[in-house]
Design a protein. Structure first.
Lengths: 207, 79
């Protein structure tokens, strides 16, 4: 018979193995913070492109209707997205190497699939909305679909991502009731929330 | 078993990496589990390369749970 502490270690190692095999634990909290910063920078650029010199906080009776502005905004969003993903991949692979884990595995594949389904659906939906002239729905829809994607993917990674997902959905729904203030909510959802949750995760897992 | 109980199906090579063991070591353990009917084996081809996937069975899941319960019972005794 083994000693009691041996059994405790057995239990602990079983639990660890269960978690390690099912969850992507190389997600870097720092990349979340940086993604938030990129989003805030992007939002500032977008503000100067679209609203300046009118404050984005003022009630607006006009809305963004011309095609070129939309393309500029989409371009900014794309740049922020690419920057965030590359930073995320780079920092996560660094973290994986430090932990002796593999960046790409059966788990990351499932994570990507689960994340992509709502995300791609949302992306297509938003493009259709823009194409049919429903510009006011773009920001709320992006927050909502992003939140859904995060919740779907949280099964395969840290639980904090689930709560970030809830927050994004909540913010997205509120944003839907204030059409025209999309930029503010976009800055809050993709900027501030990422910085907060990224900071929490960095503190908890990466130090 | 910890890995199989948490995932829907796990490939031989992924298991080998996760557990950090050799081919032979893993194979012999899997054989034992297979004999007890704790897991099922499904072989297929992916990109023309042989791919073996393992899935826990209901019997295996129950056995694992009993094992966990027993461990926890022993640990509780000391508190």
């Amino acid at each position: 018979m083994k000693e009691i502490p041996e059994y405790e270690k057995d239990l602990a190692s079983i639990r660890t193995m269960m978690e390690r095999s099912a969850k992507f634990l190389s997600l870097s909290g720092l990349s979340g913070v940086l993604a938030g910063v990129y989003a805030l920078v992007g939002a500032t650029v977008a503000y100067f492109t679209v609203h300046y010199p009118i404050s984005p906080l003022n009630y607006r009776i006009y809305s963004i209707n011309d095609g070129t502005t939309i393309y500029k905004l989409l371009f900014i969003a794309l740049v922020v997205l690419v920057a965030s993903i590359s930073t995320g991949l780079w920092l996560s692979s660094r973290k994986a190497r430090k932990d002796g884990a593999r960046l790409w595995s059966q788990t990351t594949y499932k994570l990507v699939v689960n994340l992509s389904i709502p995300l791609v659906t949302g992306g297509i939906f938003i493009l259709i909305m823009l194409y049919t002239g429903h510009f006011g729905l773009a920001a709320p829809a992006s927050l909502i679909f992003y939140g859904l994607a995060l919740i779907n993917a949280s099964v395969n990674t840290y639980d904090e991502i689930r709560y970030l997902g809830y927050s994004e959905i909540f913010l997205g729904l509120i944003s839907a009731t204030f059409p025209g203030y999309g930029l503010i909510f976009w800055a809050l959802g993709f900027g501030v929330l990422h910085i907060i949750y990224g900071g929490i995760m960095y503190n908890k897992y990466d130090k | 078993m910890s890995v199989l109980v948490t995932n829907d199906g796990y490939e031989f090579n992924s298991l080998k990496e996760m557990l950090g063991v050799t081919d032979g070591n893993l194979a012999s353990h899997i054989k034992a589990l297979e004999r007890e009917k704790y897991l099922s084996v499904s072989k297929s081809f992916v990109d023309r390369k042989p791919n073996t996937k393992y899935k826990i069975t209901e019997r295996g899941r129950n056995a694992f749970k009993k094992h966990l319960d027993a461990l926890e019972a022993v640990v509780k005794q000391t508190r």
